[in-house]
Design a protein around this ligand. Structure first.
Ligand code: DX5
Ligand code: ZN
Length: 226
C-alpha cells in the first residue's frame, strides 16, 4: 500500500499559507490539498487560481486541487495554468464528466472524480477506466472540522471493488473528518490518500500531526489499538 498524506490548507492560517505548507512539507507530507469553493456548489467561498499559482511557487509538493464548483469545465485551464498537479471534479457538478476528465488528462494533469456522501459509487461505473483517482467525501463538502460520516468505510470498499473490476489501480482518496482515530480503518477499507485539515492545521504542531497521522494509518500510532 502506497499511503499518501494530503494536508488540507482549508484549516490553515490563510494569512500565512506559505509557512503552513513549509511545516507539513518538512514533515513529509506527500501532497497539498487545496479546496476551491464557489459559494454555489457548496455554501462557502475560498480561493482561486491566483492563490494556487502563489502556492505553486513556494512548494515542491504536488498541488491536489479539489474543485467544489459548478461547471468546473469552464475554469479548468486556469487551474492547470496555475500549477495544479491533480484536479478533482465532483460528478454532481459537471454534466459531461467524461469530457471534463479527458480534458484534464489531455493537459497532462491527473484527473480525479469526486463523490458526495449521498452519491452512489455506481455513478463512477462508466468512467472507472478513465480516472486517475477517485475522491470520496466522508463529510458534506463546504467546511472543515466536521465529523466523518459513519459507515463510509463500506463505501470505500465498494469503490475499490468497482475500480478493481475495471482493472484500474487508481488510488482512492478520502476527504472529511479523517484523524488519528479513524485513519487505520479508512486505509484498511482501501483508501491510499488521506486528506486531513483540522487534524493537521487545527493542531499546535502541524508537522508532528502529519507524522502522527501516517503512523496511525499504518496502525503504529498511539491510537493503534482503538
Ligand atoms: C471539505 C473539504 C475538506 C476539508 C477537510 O469540504 O473538502 O478538504 O478541508 O477538513 P477536515 O479534515 O477538517 O474534515
Ligand atoms: Zn477537499
Amino acid at each position: 500500500m502506497n499511503l499518501q498524506i494530503s494536508p488540507s490548507i482549508l484549516s490553515a492560517d490563510f494569512a500565512a499559507l506559505g509557512s503552513a505548507i513549509a511545516m507539513v512539507e518538512k514533515a513529509g507530507a506527500d501532497l497539498i490539498h487545496v479546496d476551491v469553493m464557489d459559494g454555489h456548489f457548496v455554501p462557502n467561498l475560498t480561493i482561486g487560481p491566483p492563490v494556487i499559482k502563489a502556492l505553486h511557487d513556494v512548494t515542491q509538493l504536488p498541488l491536489d486541487v479539489h474543485l467544489m464548483i459548478t461547471q468546473p469545465e469552464r475554469s479548468i485551464d486556469a487551474f492547470i495554468d496555475a500549477g495544479a498537479a491533480i484536479i478533482s471534479v465532483h460528478v454532481e457538478a459537471t454534466l459531461h464528466l467524461h469530457r471534463t476528465l479527458s480534458h484534464i488528462k489531455a493537459k497532462g494533469v491527473r484527473a480525479g472524480a469526486v463523490l458526495n456522501p449521498s452519491t452512489p459509487v455506481s455513478q463512477l461505473e462508466d468512467v472507472a477506466r478513465d480516472i486517475d483517482l477517485a475522491l470520496l467525501m466522508t463529510v458534506n463538502p463546504g467546511f472543515g472540522a466536521q465529523s466523518f460520516i459513519p459507515g463510509s468505510e463500506a463505501k470505500i470498499r465498494r469503490l475499490r471493488e468497482l475500480l478493481d473490476a475495471a482493472d484500474n489501480p487508481a488510488p482512492i482518496e478520502v476527504d472529511g473528518g479523517v484523524n488519528c482515530s479513524n485513519a487505520a480503518t479508512i486505509v484498511n477499507a482501501g483508501a491510499e490518500i488521506l486528506v486531513a485539515g483540522s487534524a493537521i492545521f487545527g493542531t499546535p504542531d502541524p508537522g508532528s500531526s502529519v507524522k502522527a497521522l501516517r503512523a496511525a494509518a499504518h496502525g503504529t500510532g498511539k491510537n493503534a489499538s482503538r
